[in-house]
Design a protein around this ligand. Structure first.
Ligand SMILES: Cc1cc2nc3c(=O)[nH]c(=O)nc-3n(C[C@H](O)[C@H](O)[C@H](O)COP(=O)(O)OP(=O)(O)OC[C@H]3O[C@@H](n4cnc5c(N)ncnc54)[C@H](O)[C@@H]3O)c2cc1C
Length: 376
């Protein structure tokens, strides 16, 4: 049998790889995804699905413009994916509500609002009573609150499944259970991938294997990612109904269509081991009961964890490398759901137009070339 040939081959069928494949197929390219297992069962499955461009710490400020661009693409992205796949995604554009419990909550609120406004992000202070009217599950201990009206959430499990289905229906071939072992380099350019089933030729190769990307031969120096474990749990109770994402300083709650509340998440550097720990779950349960006392008697319907693809500077790794035909799309760390639509758009622009409409030079895969690979 001859070598299969595509315009683009993608290593990894998470939300990032799936969204890129769908976007490229819509642009008329012949696309294949290779996933070493059933696609869509890693970080994109384990995620919380919050669509928030607000920086979680100062190091994430450079990502705000890209996050805003991607959040802006979301409504159309969802409409197109739902239409093409015939599946729902649980997208909710109801804003997110920040709850503050500290004694200095009022000062914290002013800082929070000023920080958001400084970055061009909407953030409106709420009266405590107003906040509890909007979200009656919130604790009476609430000291201050703010609404970020432009933020949203999505059921990431449904979305990932729908994106893969939309990709399939647009002609993308998906090879499950076929891992990419290495980038196939020939005559100084990337000729495709070497998989567990042999070679596949492609004009463009995109590495989107999440936190496993560095283990693919020839990708590690561009994508020195490492796993950041996140433990989560889901609660259900008639007394614990929420309309929108709630944040406290210690936890977030995300509403799901079936009435569950997803709560998370820890951030731990514990290698590739997916393990729930007493310390992790206890910290989530304590924080959950502080945010909403009804959590005390709720049913714990699920616990799980996943591995975020983190990069040395915690920023995504996006774009062409210095090997012709080889691109990276990984390192999305805590924002891969948020950034999926803009990542897909950028990769399409690089491949189809050879230039991009946003300034993402800072995210270039070339910035790590001389640094040691943590996966080796
Ligand atoms: C607990 C938790 C909460 C999160 N919350 C949020 C949130 O609220 N908002 C947000 O925006 N982001 C969030 N994230 C981050 C987000 O989920 C990730 O950034 C995103 O899912 C990464 O997508 P991905 O497609 O790159 O990786 P993944 O979903 O991990 O997919 C990678 C795929 O590559 C495959 N693969 C691995 N190795 C190979 C190989 N050698 N060959 C072929 N295929 C391979 C895997 O099987 C997998 O299917 C969260 C993550 C976690 C874990």
């Amino acid at each position: 049998m001859g070598v299969k040939t595509y315009d683009a081959v993608i290593a990894g069928g998470g939300l990032i790889g799936g969204a890129i494949a769908w976007e490229l197929a819509r642009a008329g390219l012949r696309v294949a995804i290779y996933d070493r297992q059933e696609p869509g069962h890693e970080a994109s499955w384990a995620s919380a699905g919050i669509i928030s461009p607000a920086p979680e710490h100062p190091g994430m400020i450079p990502l705000v413009p890209l996050g805003k661009a991607s959040a802006g693409l979301y409504p159309r992205f969802i409409a197109q994916i739902e239409e093409r796949s015939g599946q729902r995604t649980g997208y909710r554009a109801q804003g997110t509500l920040q709850a503050l419990f500290a004694r200095e909550a009022r000062e914290e609120l002013s800082t929070l609002v000023a920080l958001h406004h400084g970055l061009g992000l909407a953030c409106d202070p709420l009266h405590v009573e107003e906040a509890r009217e909007m979200e009656p599950a919130l604790s009476e201990e609430l000291q201050a609150a703010a609404l970020r009206p432009n933020e949203a959430c999505v059921d990431n499990r449904l979305l990932t499944r729908a994106v893969l289905e939309a990709a399939r229906r647009s002609g993308v071939e998906i090879f499950a259970g076929t891992g990419v072992e290495a980038v196939w380099q020939e005559n100084g350019r990337c000729a495709g991938v070497i998989t567990s089933a042999g070679k596949t030729a492609a004009g463009n190769t995109v590495i989107a294997a999440g936190c496993y990307s560095a283990g693919i031969g020839g990708a590690g120096s561009y994508a020195p990612v490492r796993p950041a474990r996140g433990q989560m749990l889901a609660l259900r109770s008639p007394a614990l109904q929420i309309e929108r994402v709630l944040w406290s300083e210690r936890i977030y709650f995300v509403p799901r269509e079936d009435g569950r509340v997803a709560a998370g998440a820890t951030v731990e550097y514990a290698g590739f081991e997916k393990k729930l720990t007493p310390a992790g779950i206890l910290s989530l349960l304590e924080a959950a009961m502080e945010l909403a006392p009804a959590a005390r008697d709720a049913e714990i319907v699920e616990t799980w964890c996943g591995l975020r693809p983190d990069s040395p500077d915690h920023l995504p790794i996006l774009g062409p490398t210095d090997v012709e035909g080889l691109l990276m799309a990984t390192g999305h760390f805590r924002s891969g759901i948020l950034l999926a639509p803009v990542t897909a758009q950028l990769v399409r622009e690089w491949i189809v137009d050879q230039r991009v409409s946003l300034d993402v030079e800072r995210l270039s895969p070339l910035r790590f070339r001389d640094a040691p690979n943590p996966a080796s």
